[in-house]
Design a protein around this ligand. Sequence first.
Ligand code: GLN
Length: 419
Amino acid sequence: MRSIVPDYLNEALGDVEAVASGEPAGYIPELALADPERLGAVFATVDGEVYGAGDSDVEFTIQSISKPFTYALALSDRGFDPVLARVGVEPSGEAFNEISLESDTGRPRNPMINAGAITTHSLAGAEGLRPAERVERVVQGLSAFAGRQLKVDEMVCASEMENAHRNLAIAHMLRSHGILTEDPRAVVEGYVRQCSVLVTARDLAMMAATLANRGVNPLSNEQVVDQAVVRQVLSVMATCGMYDAAGDWATQVGIPAKSGVAGGLIGALPGQLGIATFSPRLDAHGNSVRGVSLFERFSSDMGLHVMEVPPAARAVVRSNRVRAGAEGMTRIFRLQGGIRFAGAERIVREVLESAPSEPRVVLDVSLVHSIDDVARRMLLEVARRLTLDGHEVVLVDPEAMIPAPDPGDGGRLTVVSEL
Ligand code: GLN
């Protein structure tokens, strides 16, 4: 049997192939030369499976898709406070290259517009790096996200730099507000090199999958940035990634995303997959026309909208029974599925309502496939309170779903691998 996913991707590409509206970016002469017919799409799952269709291995420049990743590097290299002090997180509702800063602080509104991204570039790497070293840090960082060594397209870089008047104006303005502290031209040169890094749709899908996989590249297994950074980056992508089309995108597609003027578009679906498309013709916002339409289709065909409410989790309490044995009566709660806060609350309620009078209480998590930190702490607290009420508490946990099962403070828990 052939896999279903590549067939689906090919069919989706076929459906948008005829769409010929929009134009490749014209303000960077080299980009205007791009073949407008190129079309590719890639899905990369968080466990490392990659499905490509069409022009999935054709190289093009990353452009603004570098912004969320460089933001991640800056947060990771400098910490949150210094970065937040210089770049906000409010959607601007403006075009990507708008010359606007917050009126009171002079901060760019967010790291996805050019003003924010130029500032973020200056914050990547350790403080005091020389411009060339900083570019090196950024290219290495982008490469780690992609899981392959990336390089700069010198032609596109030179072409953009020759026409970078607007970005230079933005940088000078940032310098006058003290948001940039060094030579504005050197920072713009670095930023333009960052935008000129060559990637394929496959690379972009892996980069997005690394975000979807909590910062761990699914193929190299490298932890590129930590989870707190990923959460920040995905939030900013969700609210600001599509510039002045962010609200439309949030409602129609609902996947944290970022576009670039060379025609790339990525989406990162937390815990599931990274998606990338490539098609150079752009709409008025600078987003790929066929890319946007592919994402709309992916989202609705596969229910990928992050606000899609999942079907109510099947009861986390599979059964609640009392068993009589030689050692006396035992109350057994068999739990199942994935447990997060709401599931754990359900379990707490079940235990309270049963008010077990049996001397032994068993929490059986053999059918639980995931449990997050808050749920783990809540279950341990249930165990602690049951101990204080005089019960012997047993945890059936053959696969160590609950690491360090110590309820603390007077609680006792016997862990066994089967009942
Ligand atoms: N390098 C481009 C610029 O600064 C990136 C813009 C984009 O991809 N939206 O204008």
